[in-house]
Design a protein around this ligand. Structure first.
Ligand SMILES: [Cu+2]
Length: 666
């Protein structure tokens, strides 16, 4: 029997009981609901584009009979059963707000949709959120409804590193620790138009809870499809308490006095670089490169001339939050902890996230002109930078909470932040300026406005945000943690806000390392433009590294210096632990970071799956080849670099007992 409920019905039913959790409600529910007794501050902006949580994918759990919670995790428990999700891919027509014209630009873009949806979503560029639990078998049916006629897909491709076949696709569960083969997280599959394929991820009972995401990953069309908004959250919800000997899910700690999880926001950052083309097919732009669409035209992403190191900043497009430009986050209250699950699902910009108080009475933000933007931010985003408290990076809980005023998000990164707003009123969410060596465009980027947070009156929290947070977390530990571990969790929080009981992977000691790998990501301009790893462009028929299952290795990562461009390194299947990061002078910058650049601060010992490698730096990471064998990839997460060759095939194979691996069936 299928027991899943349509999301909307579930939302309405729980609304009155769990009002605090309104942050996850769809827009329609938010409009219905105004919390009693909470003074709503007048909006500083007349245009109201509220940040709406992505829809939750309708999930059928036929074997266990447990209805999925579209609302919160506590009810998604390790069932050992199956979770079925069905997605389709097709063109969607919708709009994206353009601050310059104060109008919504019509766009037509490839997107993921839930096959169960009853009405087209207002914002189809954010895929449905998939929520699963450790121990579940997750089946995702992917139906490719894109047109089969496709001029970008000739019968044979002379060079696979020229972008091609924009209507073919597949699915990658970014950060999931699952098998890369067969119909699991296999990005070497190609799903043609009209084909429906069922993926099956066996999520082990050992799998960490955390913030992961999914997107297409077919070599040749990855950047084009992801840039169109084809990306969604994949959240693993955990309910395992820590013990003296085992680590637990940080989800079990992050609960309020009512026993419910802290308020949560899903924040998907994207760079949807849509353009309109003239009759000759050229992108319409002003002399400075700003993209222009005329009345009646529809913005599209249909060519790789819409990517590249300089076009994003010039295009005048904005990083979107859940598909919206310059929206407002509603529902925040003074002194109430919020968990921000942030994923950088964009391709073409580095985001340096900051929060500042907004001047009361600030006029609407409505400008694409760089000078006006900067002036507006300077005049209206005025206070000190708010503290941000990172509890997890790339979904994996950190050994201690990292307090910072800027969070650097490169393509592919996730950060889970605990946020507190000390005063009622509005806050600016900003994307700070950055120098060339720290950005994916290798150019200086200007400060940009991302969003506004409207904060209502609540619980006074004093001037010391860190002390307040620590007290709240300690109180949470008193309520949530088993007696055998409670004092340890409290002591750890008191000691530099450590989360030792919630770290999913044990540290990799020097003595554990059995081998070494080196890798260089680079752009070669000496003979045309080439995108290379270790001097070679991607070859689908070549296995670039064969690694023995069970081994532990240290990798040294570098980015090419001619031209000096940094690249975000990403590897599938097993995450890695940051050992050290050496600047050009040989100084380890993975602890304190560098003055003026928060890029590498507090990364030592942190587990990740994606890491930016600055040119002239050396990044040292360690990783265990655990549980899964098979062929998969590593690549640059500037996805148009990946499509053009900055990728390798990696094989993890069974050891032969004599120092090598088994290479055939004999
Ligand atoms: Cu790259």
């Amino acid at each position: 029997m299928l027991t899943s409920l349509p999301c909307r019905i579930s939302f309405l039913r729980v609304r009155s009981r769990h009002m605090r959790r309104m942050l996850l409600l769809p827009a329609s529910a938010l409009l219905l609901y105004s919390p009693p007794g909470v003074e709503q501050y007048a909006s500083a902006q007349t245009s109201e584009r509220m940040v709406v949580a992505p829809p939750t994918a309708l999930t059928q759990r036929p074997r266990t009979g447990a209805a999925p919670s579209p609302f919160f995790a506590g009810t998604v428990t390790a069932s050992g059963g199956e979770a079925h999700i069905a997605l389709k891919i097709g063109y969607s027509n919708a709009t994206i707000y353009n601050p310059e014209t104060n109008k919504n630009d019509p766009v037509r873009l490839r997107s993921y949709r839930d096959v169960h949806e009853t009405a087209a979503p207002a914002i189809p560029f954010v895929a449905p959120t998939i929520e699963v639990a450790p121990g579940e078998t997750v089946r995702i049916t992917l139906k490719n409804d894109l047109p089969s006629s496709d001029s970008s897909c000739p019968a044979s491709m002379p060079d696979i590193n020229v972008p091609h076949c924009f209507n073919r696709t597949n699915l990658h569960a970014h950060g999931l620790w699952v098998s890369p083969t067969g119909n699991s997280d296999n990005v070497l599959l190609s799903i043609a138009p009209s084909v429906s394929f069922e993926y099956e991820y066996n999520i082990s009972l050992e799998h960490p809870a955390g913030t992961f995401w999914y997107h297409p990953h077919l070599h040749g069309s990855t950047a084009l499809q992801v840039s169109s908004g084809m990306a969604g959250f994949l959240i693993v919800r955990g309910s395992r308490l820590p013990s003296a000997h085992t680590s637990g899910d940080v989800d079990t700690l992050l609960k309020g006095a009512d026993g419910l999880p802290f308020a949560e926001r899903l924040v998907l950052l994207q760079q949807i670089q849509y353009a309109c083309r003239d009759t000759s097919g050229a992108i319409q732009a002003t002399g400075t490169g700003k993209y222009v669409c005329q009345q009646g035209q529809v913005g599209e992403i249909e060519g790789y001339d819409q990517f590249g190191p300089t076009t994003w900043a010039k295009s005048g497009r904005f990083t979107t939050i859940n598909g919206q430009v310059a929206p407002v986050f509603t529902g925040a209250q003074v002194g109430r902890i919020e968990r921000w699950r942030i994923a950088h699902a964009g391709v073409r910009d580095t985001v340096q996230l900051q929060f500042k108080k907004m001047r009361p009475g600030a006029p609407d933000f409505a400008s694409l002109d760089p000078t006006q933007q900067l002036n507006w931010i300077e005049q209206n985003c005025i206070g000190a930078r708010l503290s941000q408290f990172a509890i997890a990076s790339d979904g994996l809980t950190r050994a201690s909470i990292s307090e910072r005023e800027t969070t650097v998000l490169q393509p592919g990164y996730r950060e889970d932040l605990l946020m507190l707003f000390p005063e009622a009123g509005d806050y600016c969410v900003l994307d700070d300026m950055a120098g060339p060596s720290g950005t994916v465009n290798a150019t200086t980027k200007i400060r940009k406005f991302l969003a506004r947070v409207n904060v209502a009156m609540g619980q006074a929290m004093g001037a010391d945000t860190k002390a307040f947070l620590r007290a709240e977390l300690t109180a949470a530990a008193n309520r949530t943690m088993p007696e055998t571990i409670r004092q340890k969790v409290r002591d750890d929080l008191a000691n530099d806000m450590r989360l030792f009981s919630f770290v999913p992977h044990p540290d990799i000691a020097d003595s554990e390392v059995k081998g070494r790998q080196t890798l260089q990501l680079e752009i070669d301009v000496s003979s045309g433009l080439k995108f290379l790893v270790d001097g070679k462009a991607y070859d689908a028929t070549r296995i670039d590294r064969t690694l023995p299952l069970g081994s532990v290795e240290e990798w040294t990562l570098t980015s090419g210096n001619n031209p000096p461009v940094g690249h975000p390194f990403h590897i599938h299947v097993n995450p890695f632990q940051v050992v050290k990061i050496l600047d050009p002078g040989g100084n380890d910058v993975s602890s304190a970071g560098e003055s003026g650049d928060p890029q590498y601060a507090n990364l030592k010992g942190v587990w990740k799956d994606t890491l930016f490698v600055k040119p002239n730096y050396q990044v040292f990471i360690r990783t265990r080849y655990r549980r899964y064998i098979g062929d998969f990839v590593l690549h640059c997460h500037i996805l148009d670099h990946e499509d053009q060759g900055m990728m390798q095939n990696v094989r993890i194979a069974v050891p032969d007992g004599a120092g090598g691996v088994v290479t055939n069936h004999h």
